[in-house]
Design a protein. Structure first.
Length: 268
């Protein structure tokens, strides 16, 4: 039996992981969520599949994360095989601004960077540290951060994508943190990975690219990287692709930032 813990599991990619993994009754799936307010689809699924365990926590609070890890430990007898760090935030409304637009707007810049660092970097480090003792006792010993191509230097340079400053910086920063964890934990056989899901048809993606003009603008940029991309992929397809990469994760690839195809080039 393989145990999985997924943060941000109420919707989108996180819920997609829960749905896919829980289809196999041999998996124990722990859905870590912030509240029940938006968790109706998850709770309905958990009522049907007894291998789903819903745990309410706050990934910005190390104490509550320690409590969540203790709940997982009771079910798994002190171990966890795979931790998937999916929760995150696109940042405040200022995410639509390029870096130079923050001149004279110190408070806005502090918020743009600070909130993203808190939600996409610090909270994930808190989560890893709270669950690390369980991962040490697991069989798979894998920690996976769901990153974004927005946090890749070459992707940003090639597309000319200048907005989402805080989001991109925080994702890139967490990619580095994952490499640091990989270096530290390699002697224990623990493997880490930053993984881009691609362009996925989530509610968050629709909020950004739902407008036809914005979608056209985004496609023009994305075509500089991949002329064949036509639109976002279904959540189920993205999750399936990522799980294949996670399944193949070995010591040689630990600490890398890979695409959902397991390479460093195919972002879509």
């Amino acid at each position: 039996m393989v145990s999985w813990a997924i943060t941000g599991a109420t919707r989108g990619i996180g819920l997609g992981f829960v749905k896919h993994l829980s289809m196999d009754s041999k998996n124990q799936v722990f859905a870590l969520i912030r509240s029940l307010g938006t968790a109706r689809p998850l709770m309905e699924l958990a009522a049907q599949r007894k291998n789903i365990h819903v745990i309410i926590t706050d990934i910005s609070d190390p104490t509550k994360l320690d409590e969540a890890a203790a709940e997982v430990s009771k079910v798994t007898d002190g171990s966890l095989d795979v931790l998937i760090l999916n929760a995150g935030s696109a940042g405040p409304d200022t995410a639509v601004l390029p870096p130079s637009a923050f001149h004279g707007k110190k408070e806005a810049l502090d918020l743009e960077i600070g909130e993203s660092i808190k939600n996409n970097l610090l909270s994930n480090i808190y989560t890893i540290n709270s669950f690390l003792h369980l991962i040490r006792n697991g069989a798979e010993k894998k920690i996976v951060f769901i990153s974004s191509q927005s946090g890749n230097l070459d992707f940003t340079r090639m597309t000319g994508f200048s907005t989402l400053l805080g989001y991109s910086v925080s994702k890139a920063g967490m990619n580095m943190a994952m490499t640091k964890f990989a270096s530290e934990l390699a002697p224990e056989g623990i493997k880490t990975l930053s993984l881009s899901p691609g362009w996925v048809n989530t509610d968050a993606a629709k909020a950004v690219t739902g407008d036809p003009e914005i979608r056209k603008f985004m496609l023009n940029m994305f075509h500089k990287v991949d002329p064949k991309v036509e639109g976002p992929a279904p959540i189920e397809e993205a999750v399936s692709n990522m799980l294949r990469v996670i399944g193949k994760l070995n010591e040689a690839d630990s600490g890398k930032f890979l695409t959902h195809y397991g390479d460093e080039e195919q972002w879509f």
